[in-house]
Design a protein around this ligand. Structure first.
Ligand code: NDP
Ligand code: HSE
Length: 436
C-alpha cells in the first residue's frame, strides 16, 4: 500500500523526538498502522541550525505554507506551538484537505471549537493526544476507554515543569530559579515558562479534558488559573507536617449547578497515590460513575514521551483514513450536535476546603476573633496548629484547616480576618482536596 506522507511543522524538542522514534521503531509502527508512515518534509525557522537527529531523506524548508499546501502530503503534524502562526497553518492545512496531528494545547484550548468545526466541514481528522500529559494516553482513555461512564470529576498533575519544581523544592530545598533552568534545559518548559509556572499550560490542558469529559465546548477563558510562583518553602513544610503535599492540580468537576474548571496549588493527603507523583511525571485521576476512580500516570513532557503520543495519533489517523467520516471518534468525544451548554462556575461558587496561614501577634483574644469570624461565615474548622514564635519575635504562624465551604464564604472571612489589628500580614490561602 502507498506510504503515508507526513509533513512536520517544527523541528524543536518534539519534532526532533518524533523523527527519532519513527526512524527507530518504523518497522513495528508500519506493522501496526498497516502501511509505512514516513516524514517527507519538515519546516523550521532556521533551517541551518544543527538538529539532534539525522534529517536524511527529509526535505527541510523555511516556509511552512509549502508543507500545508503540498498535494503529496497526507498528514500535517503541527509542532510549532503558540496560537498565531500555528492556528493559521492548521486552518490552512484543513482547508487543503489534510489531516492534522498537533501537540498544541494552547491552540486547542483557545481555538479548538473553530478548528474542530472546520475539520468537520472538510471531513478531516484533528488528533491531539500529545496536547495533554505528553506520553500518557489520557485522551484515548477518556474519549474511548471510559465512554460508558458519566464522568464525575478529574484531578490531574498535568504540568511536568511545575511538578518538577515543587518536587525538587520539597526534596532538595533547591531554589525555584535553578530548578526552572534545569527544566528548560531538559526541554520540558514552554517557550514562555510563565505558562508553566502560572498554571496557564495546565489550564489549557484541563480545558481540553473538561470538554471531552463532560461534552461541552472548550472554554479556556472561563478557567480559574493560579500558579506556583507565590508558594513558599514554609507552606510546603507546614503542609508536610500536617500530612499533606502541595501539588499544582487541574480540577474539573460536574456538580448540580455547573462545571468547575480550576488550576491552583492544592494540599492533598500525602498518603494518596497522586501526592507521590514526583518530578516531570504527570498523573490524572478520573472518577467515573461505573468504573470508580482510575489513574493514568507517566511522563508529561520531553522529546520521546511526547513523540510517543504524536506517533500514536499518526497511526490512528492512518488506520482511519478510509473510514466513513461519520463513523470516526468525535474530536471532543461527544457527537458535535450533542455538546451541552452547562455553565462553567465562577470561582466564588466553587466548594473546597482550605489551608489558611495567619501571621498573628502573640496576644490574648486573637484566636477567639479568628474563630468567631470563621463561625460567622459558616466555616467549620477541621484542624488548627500554632507554631512557636521565633526567638525575639512576637509574631506567630497559625495554621487552620477548614472543612469545605464556598469560595465566596472563604473570601469574606479572609477579608475580615485581614482587617484585624492583630494580623501582621495577609492570610496565605491554599485550597485543599481530600480526593477520596
Ligand atoms: P520548540 O520550541 O522546541 O520547537 C518549536 C519548533 O517550531 C522549532 O523547530 C522552531 O524553529 C519552529 N517555529 C517556532 N516558531 C515558528 C514560526 N513562527 N514559524 C515557523 N516555525 C516556527 O517547541 P517544542 O517542540 O517543545 O513544542 C512544540 C509543541 O509541542 C508546542 O505546542 C508545545 O506546547 C507542545 N508540547 C511540548 C512538549 C515538550 O515536552 N516540549 C510536551 C507536550 C506538548 P527553530 O527550531 O528554527 O527555532
Ligand atoms: N511545558 C509542559 C510541561 C510540556 O511542563 O508539562 C508538556 O505539555
Amino acid at each position: 500500500m502507498k506510504p503515508i506522507n507526513v509533513g512536520l511543522l517544527g523541528l524543536g524538542t518534539v519534532g526532533s523526538g518524533t523523527i527519532e522514534v519513527l526512524r527507530r521503531n518504523g518497522e513495528e509502527i508500519s506493522r501496526r498502522a498497516g502501511r509505512k508512515i514516513r516524514i517527507t518534509h519538515a519546516s523550521a525557522r532556521d533551517i541551518t541550525k544543527p538538529r539532534p537527529v539525522s534529517l536524511e531523506g527529509v526535505i527541510v524548508v523555511a516556509d511552512p505554507s509549502a508543507i500545508v499546501t503540498n498535494p503529496d502530503i497526507d498528514i500535517v503534524c503541527e509542532l510549532i506551538g503558540g496560537d498565531t502562526t500555528a492556528k493559521a497553518l492548521v486552518l490552512q492545512a484543513i482547508d487543503n484537505g489534510k489531516h492534522v496531528v498537533t501537540a498544541n494545547k494552547a491552540l486547542l484550548a483557545k481555538h479548538g471549537n473553530e478548528i474542530f468545526a472546520a475539520a468537520q466541514r472538510k471531513k478531516v481528522m484533528v488528533a491531539f493526544e500529545a496536547a495533554v500529559a505528553g506520553g500518557v494516553p489520557i485522551i484515548k482513555a477518556l474519549r474511548e476507554g471510559l465512554s460508558a461512564n458519566r464522568i464525575e470529576w478529574i484531578a490531574g498533575i498535568i504540568n511536568g515543569t511545575s511538578n518538577f519544581i515543587l518536587s525538587e523544592m520539597r526534596s532538595r530545598g533547591a531554589s525555584f530559579d535553578a530548578i526552572l533552568k534545569e527544566a528548560q534545559a531538559k526541554g520540558y518548559a514552554e517557550a514562555d515558562p510563565t505558562f508553566d509556572i502560572e498554571g496557564i499550560d495546565a489550564a489549557h490542558k484541563l480545558t481540553i479534558l473538561s470538554a471531552i469529559a463532560f461534552g461541552v465546548p472548550v472554554q479556556f477563558d472561563k478557567a480559574y488559573t493560579e500558579g506556583i510562583s507565590k508558594l513558599t518553602d514554609k507552606d510546603i513544610t507546614y503542609a508536610e507536617q500536617l500530612g499533606y503535599r502541595i501539588k499544582l492540580l487541574g480540577i474539573t468537576k460536574h456538580v448540580p449547578t455547573g462545571i468547575e474548571l480550576r488550576v491552583h496549588p492544592t494540599l492533598i493527603p500525602s498518603k494518596r497515590l497522586i501526592a507521590n507523583v514526583e518530578g516531570v511525571m504527570n498523573a490524572i485521576l478520573v472518577k467515573g460513575d461505573a468504573v470508580g476512580a482510575s489513574m493514568y500516570y507517566g511522563r508529561g513532557a520531553g522529546a520521546e514521551p511526547t513523540a510517543s503520543a504524536v506517533i500514536a495519533d499518526l497511526v490512528d489517523v492512518t488506520r482511519m483514513l478510509t473510514a466513513d467520516p461519520e463513523q470516526r471518534v468525535p474530536h471532543l468525544a461527544f457527537q458535535p450536535d450533542q455538546l451541552h451548554d452547562t455553565p462553567i462556575l465562577p470561582m466564588g461558587k466553587v466548594e473546597t476546603a482550605y489551608y489558611l496561614r495567619l501571621s498573628a501577634f502573640d496576644r490574648p483574644g486573637v484566636m477567639a476573633d479568628v474563630t468567631r469570624i470563621l463561625a460567622d461565615n459558616s466555616i467549620s474548622i477541621d484542624a488548627m496548629l500554632q507554631k512557636e514564635a521565633e526567638e525575639g519575635e512576637d509574631v506567630v504562624d497559625v495554621i487552620i484547616l477548614t472543612h469545605r465551604c464556598l469560595e465566596e464564604q472563604a473570601n469574606s472571612a479572609i477579608a475580615k480576618i485581614e482587617a484585624l489589628s492583630s494580623l501582621a500580614n495577609k492570610v496565605v490561602r491554599i485550597r485543599l482536596e481530600e480526593l477520596n
